[in-house]
Design a binder for this molecule. Sequence first.
Ligand code: SF4
Length: 509
Amino acid sequence: MSSGDQGLVVLAPIPLDARAARAGSAQAHVVHSGIGSRLSRRAAERALRAPGSAVAVTGVCMAIDPSLETGDLVLASEIRFPDGTVPIPAAGILAGALRRAGIKVHVGPIVSNPHGIALLRSKRAQLRESGAIAADTGSGWLASGAGGRPFAVLRAVVRSGSSQLGRPLVAAASGARAHRALVEATWVLDRWAHTVAPRRVVLAGPRASCAGVERAIEVVEKALEQYGAPVYVRRQIVHNKHVVAELEERGAVFVEELDQVPEGATTVLSAHGVAPAVRETAKELELDLIDATCPLVAKVHREARQFADAGYTIVLVGHAGHDEVEGTLGHAPERIRLVASVEEAEAVEVEDPERVAYLTQTTLAVDETRAVIEVLERRFPGLVGPRSDDICYATQNRQDAVRELAKMCDTVLVVGSPNSSNSNRLVEVVRRAGTPAYLIDDEMDIELSWLDGAHTVGLAAGASAPERLVQRVLASLAGLGAISVEENSVAKEAVRFGLPRELGVTRGD
Ligand code: SF4
């Protein structure tokens, strides 16, 4: 692709679609494709010769999903048609870009059939069952017009899911509404086409779920298997919205506090650990408790109790309000002082400066924590600490890995939820090294502008994000042009933790 080929090719089935595409983007190269398999095939051949970096089909569609209304936009996640299925990697990134622009869009499979309305009439219920959300008459055959370029299908509903099929196909009013929606959205497709470029993607190694997170998720899964739904979980089992949503679908119920759990119910404590008072409450409520606290967090709890019993004031380095910190504070509430920064370490007051110990949250930034501990060492020369570092192996390895990515990449994407401490620290580590970095829950969070001019993109993930999300984001990057993928690994991880006794199983059973 030469730089002169940068831009959008639009395949528009009917003249009104073509007019909407031109109104939405003055620069787009618009190909009037016609309707049905034969005309679409011919149009695809013409599109192959059209100059442009990305190809989109725009036009109208009929709703299969009954919640779709006339004028709603539908972005295909894949096209199903008689010749097969066309995956559309760009759908997630485009959906995010459209939504951030204030444009409502539905994402899901579109069925292409030259006899669209007849197909719907006979098979709507079956298609709905299959997960398809809309139907059109030509996208499947138009897809080959992309010729290896990123491809998208954006349709506007002219026949809503609730409308009667016996009425005329395209009422003038609904057609006008649908085309207005397309005009408003086409500039986003244009912006997408101008972001398309070949890129090198470097995966961080290690990345994604740590042993503590894998164990915690498995605890909830096994509890659901053994005890059946619902299984209650105090707080998010791990700080990742996708993990939480998937477990919710399987019957887990997440609560903030145990008083929201019915008496005697099976209840899991999250990976971040809890204060002893929480266990007391569980006993009072006679809950069937399963503890998914990460063993490395439990180690910090033991250290807190040991230092407190020995008469030390404990300076805990961590972030106020984080679930793990709340849990650790509860193990020696009278004895612990919480500090989050060098400034707070300079100001912290203790009863006896001769007997001060420090502990840290497991997911902190290694460099920053070292600076805080140096201040404490200067202020309290007899300072003692844990026998081995509290910042866990997974935090350390992931930070080392992104530090390397920062040197190699133009920009770094970190997969993780906004409330994930360790994921936020990864972003900070990369930014401190002078490289732009962004936290994303999934591909929909990727802003097109982040990748402008980025030839090498780093992809990392916090310890609470599953690897399948990394693979999803990686696949979606192919929707922005050809990618070459490599991995830069700084450490091997083989840590695994056994499951809690309460489940009566060992790992691998
Ligand atoms: Fe445990 Fe470390 Fe994972 Fe936290 S990040 S759950 S402390 S292994």
